[in-house]
Every structure is written in structure tokens, then in C-alpha cells.
Design a protein around this ligand. Sequence first.
Ligand code: NI
Length: 170
Amino acid sequence: MALLPILEFPDPRLRTKAAQVDPAQVTSPEFQGLVDDMFETMYAAPGIGLAATQVDRHLRFMVIDVSEDKSAPMVFINPEIVSSQGKRAYQEGCLSIPGIYADVTRADTIVVRYLDREGKQQELPAEGLLATCIQHEIDHLDGKLFVDYLSPLKREMVRKKLAKARRHAA
Ligand code: NI
């Protein structure tokens, strides 16, 4: 397994729209290895969700684990939200936008259809944090970031703050 570099805002590669995963490729060693690397990268960060877009692999899938003890790893391949209800604001963060947190309003409960790691089609009802996380990661696959929900002024402040943090780190 290997840690993968995570792209950071405003890297233009984060704006790439990911391509569907070929279901016939899901069980291939290459794809399974990439899934393992994504889990390792997400847990090491540490984070609760990571979309392939964030590691510069532009395929529609993501890994998520919202448990406190890394006991609930989930892989969503070609995810599609088939229904959604209600609204709820959560304070979100993102491994591609380190140190920045902001409230984002999304659907409170969703049903997501996807292929699991074995390539089997699943339909999962999700609510609360998991529902927020799934919507956040699907946004990544569409080239969208949570700062896109903020005002242009606030987004510019985020960009400057990250640029400054990078200068200090260099
Ligand atoms: Ni994110």
C-alpha cells in the first residue's frame, strides 16, 4: 500500500469531472490496490472521506469511514443520489482545503445507489454526517468543492489564507 499525494485548492485538477468506473474493472488488482491506497491515505490524513479526484485519479469513486475507530470502511463506486429529503447545515472541512471549516447546507437524508468493492449494486439510505459526507465526496467527482457554496469574497479569503500557510510551511 502507499500514501497518495492529496491535491489542494486551488489546484485546477480538482475541477476535473471524473469518468465512470468500468464495472468489469472493479475486481481487478489495479483497482483494488487503488482503493486500498485511498483508505490508507484517508486514515493517515486523518479524514473521514476521500474522493479519487483528490488524489488525481479521475474516476467516479470514493472511500468513506465516519466511525470513530476506523471500523466502517465504505467504498462507493459510480455513486448516484436517487432521492433526497430535508435540509441540514453541517460544518465541513476537506483534506484538499486544510484548516478551513464552514457551514454548508445539504440534504439531510438521501438514498445513494452505487457499486460496492465487489462490484455489486447497492442502495443505501443515509442521514446526518454520512449523508453530508457522501454529498461532499460526490461533489469532488463533479469537480466541485465546499468553498464553492461560500460567497466569492469568502472564497478569496480562503485562497489567500491557504497561500499564506503554504508560504510559512515552505
Ligand atoms: Ni473534500
